[in-house]
Write a protein that binds this ligand. Structure first.
Ligand SMILES: Cc1cc2nc3c(=O)[nH]c(=O)nc-3n(C[C@H](O)[C@H](O)[C@H](O)COP(=O)(O)OP(=O)(O)OC[C@H]3O[C@@H](n4cnc5c(N)ncnc54)[C@H](O)[C@@H]3O)c2cc1C
Length: 445
């Protein structure tokens, strides 16, 4: 009987376990997690703090699921890998052997680097337990300060505001999420943020969190100002959890480098999800995706190939990285981002870390000339990025009717050159033209 070990009970780890069980009914599958929960939707914690879903709704796999699929779930912290002996060590000293190992350890928020970052009330937003803290502390706090430029900072600010705390949002750049949004898109979200009565401070950052009896009491800001507060939310990006392979002969860059089979340079070691750096066919480079659907697809492919390796065969299911896609709800506005946006980054934006719900592919620089078409109707907007007669990226705000057609046109690399002149005409017909291209393509004309 083969022993499959999976470190991580998130989207990648669980999808891999399911794929293994489908292909190997006998094998022993052990999933290890250092969180005290069953499988839950990690992106869903942003909705939990808004009161839109309950904890019960987030936990989408019950104990019976693990039992029925004979998945052994171990709540423990893995501290060491021994690649030569094919064992892992747990914090409690126990060792477990494996035939094939999957690292699906996810990523963790970059911790606050300013003094006072370890005070009680300084929060990050990675886990269900973090969400519980946001709710608990947000309810008690009179004032909260959130720092960060990406999607998690916005979600954290919205979550704290929802608990009743007066909330300040600090942005290093001169507008909202300038790493991805253009001026007009930032302005749309900014209006919504102000509507929620969250105070935005541009070109601002925390230099120190000042504490009283071990708890947050105020923050000192770069401008010299200071704000009294009881909670500080830090969302300045995430780092893949690669610590377990540090010092081992495993190829890594920002994440663990894997081949199209999700296999590392060590044949019995696979990686999937946030921790894996995967080849991207559009940019022809290895990138991180901190995205839920990517974690699921990678996990499935990894699980399939782990069975091959365990049985002495070659891996044979290659993972084709799809168009990185995210649909989020920011301050009541539906936002969908897909493909390559190649957005210019404002001076002052921290570009070294990726925020949750993001992909490196979105902001990877282009080598070819691109053009952007933009259309806005009331609170709805759509922006396309076109290169070499193909739509390569799109960002939708508000109305989402074009999300699936655009995803398909990007994914299939459909030649739209005959429509290009029309798309850029700025006569408000852009949505219609996209639908026309999509329908023509579907009917096979
Ligand atoms: C607030 C928030 C909002 C998000 N929004 C979106 C979104 O809108 N769209 C989107 O696509 N994605 C979003 N994401 C990102 C998405 O959740 C992740 O990309 C996805 O969960 C990654 O799955 P994973 O399986 O790679 O890792 P994770 O889900 O992070 O799971 C990692 C697992 O590894 C375990 N682990 C790690 N180290 C050890 C160790 N040493 N020992 C034992 N266990 C260990 C952990 O316990 C955990 O079970 C969001 C994430 C957050 C937190």
């Amino acid at each position: 009987m083969k022993q499959y070990l999976i470190i991580g009970n998130g989207a990648a780890g669980l999808s891999a376990a399911e794929a293994i069980r489908q292909r190997d009914p006998q094998g022993r599958i052990t999933i290890i997690t250092n969180e005290p929960h069953l499988f839950y939707s990690r992106p869903g914690i942003a909705y939990l703090v808004l009161g839109e879903v309950s904890e019960k709704q987030l936990i989408s796999r019950q104990a019976s699921f693990y039992r029925e699929n004979r998945l052994e779930l171990l709540h423990a912290h893995v501290v060491e890998l021994n690649l030569a002996q094919q064992t892992i060590s747990l914090e409690n000293g126990k060792r477990l052997a494996y035939d094939v190992l999957l690292l699906a350890t996810g990523s963790t928020a970059v911790p606050a680097s300013f003094p006072g970052g370890d005070l009680q009330g300084v929060l990050t937003f990675d886990t269900l337990n973090d969400a519980r803290e946001v709710i608990k502390r947000g309810r008690k706090a009179k004032t909260a300060v959130v720092v960060g430029g990406g999607i998690t900072a916005l979600e954290l600010a919205e979550g704290l505001r929802h608990q009743g705390a007066k909330t300040h949002l600090l942005q290093r750049g001169r507008r909202i999420w300038s790493r991805l949004f253009d001026e007009m898109e930032s302005a749309i979200i900014e209006e919504q943020i102000r509507h929620e009565k969250i105070e935005i401070h541009y070109h601002e950052n925390i230099t120190e969190v000042v504490g009283k009896r071990g708890k947050v009491a105020s923050v000192k800001l770069e401008s010299g100002a200071s704000l009294k507060c009881q909670v500080v939310g830090v969302a300045i990006g995430v780092r893949p959890n690669v610590g377990l392979v540090n010092g081992l002969p495993v190829n890594q860059d920002q994440g663990i480098l894997v081949n199209p089979y999700l296999q590392s340079n060590v044949p019995t070691l696979f990686a999937a999800g946030d921790v894996a750096q995967v080849y991207d066919r559009w940019t022809q480079a290895y990138h991180l995706d901190i995205l839920w659907p990517s974690a699921i697809s990678e996990g499935r492919a990894a699980g399939h190939n782990m069975v091959e390796i365990a049985n002495g065969r070659s891996p044979n299911l290659s993972y084709q990285k799809g168009t990185p896609f995210n649909a989020a709800l920011l301050f009541g506005v539906h936002v969908t981002i897909m493909g390559r946006m190649g957005q210019q980054v404002d001076a002052g934006e921290n570009v070294s870390h990726l925020s949750r719900g993001s992909s490196h592919v979105w902001t990877a620089p282009f080598t070819t000339r691109t053009q952007s078409a933009w259309d806005k109707k009331g609170p709805h907007s759509v922006r396309l990025v076109v290169a070499n007669g193909r739509i390569v990226g799109a960002l939708l705000m508000g109305n989402q009717a074009l999300a699936d057609p655009l995803r398909d046109l990007i994914e299939q690399e459909i030649d739209i050159s005959e429509y290009e002149a029309d798309l850029f005409r700025e006569n408000g017909r852009l949505p219609e033209i996209i639908l026309e291209i999509y329908q023509t393509k579907q009917s096979g004309e």
